[in-house]
Design a protein around this ligand. Structure first.
Ligand code: SAH
Length: 221
């Protein structure tokens, strides 16, 4: 029991340092985003052999040769998405469930789609254990979105594709925002922010260089 408490206190300190040094120091001040980062234990989403590195300023390996996203990059995407408490959000490539968990602390409802079955189980187990019950993880090809819960106020794509999948544009609410890395896996990719301004109109903005695993599917690579 005592050992558990010490470990928990250690991770709590690491998490606070991560927020100061990796997030606030880089200019992210949004209260809801900082509160979510302070609440969600990243150590619960990394495999046990990497727990010691849970608050490192980088992505880390998860099963299936995939990666849990870098906290700063998730924070950057969440800020760009201008999330509102009542939003319904889609995450494509939910992987470990870490970003899905962060989103769920800020908005009303989150749907995550993941193509690797082992990660669907991995994320569900962790989210359930933490009692995050406004999250739904679905198994499938997220380049096709998740039509049953559309339209979405925001869509976060956590893997890099050749272009924004048309299905995702269609499932975005008018006024909705989408953040997605564009480019090949081996190169530096660009983080693209798209806002749907009307039934057939979209505004685009380049948010700079990022590096993600590839988006594989019907409307991906
Ligand atoms: N946000 C996640 C990132 C995981 S890495 C986290 O923090 O853990 C990106 C994930 O996208 C991988 O798990 C990969 O399997 C998944 N992926 C790739 N192509 C996909 C697709 N077409 N549909 C759904 N998931 C996909």
């Amino acid at each position: 029991m005592r050992v558990m408490d010490e470990q928990e206190a250690y991770f709590n300190r690491q998490r606070q340092q991560m927020i100061e040094r990796q997030i606030r120091a880089r200019g992210i001040r949004d209260k809801a985003i900082l509160a979510a980062l302070a609440t969600v234990p990243r150590e619960a989403f990394v495999p046990s052999e990497y727990q010691y590195a849970a608050y490192q300023d980088s992505p880390l390996p998860i099963p299936g040769r995939q990666t849990i996203s870098q906290p700063y990059v998730v924070a950057l995407m969440m800020r760009a998405l201008r999330l509102q408490p009542d939003d319904c959000v889609l995450e494509v490539g939910s992987g470990s469930g870490y970003a899905t968990a962060l989103l769920s602390r800020i908005v009303r409802e989150v749907h995550g789609v993941e193509r690797r079955e082992e990660l669907v189980t991995y994320a569900r187990e962790r989210l359930q254990k933490l009692g995050y019950d406004n999250v739904h993880i679905h198994h499938g090809d997220g380049t096709m979105g998740w039509p049953p819960a559309a339209p979405y106020d925001a869509i976060m794509v956590s893997a890099s594709g050749p272009e924004v999948p048309p299905a995702l544009r269609e499932q975005l609410a008018i006024g909705g925002r989408l953040a997605m890395p564009i480019g090949r896996a081996s190169d530096l990719q660009s983080l693209l922010l798209v806002q749907r301004t009307g039934p057939d109109s979209f505004q685009h903005k380049d948010l700079g260089g990022v590096r993600f695993v590839p988006l594989i599917g019907e409307q991906g690579w």
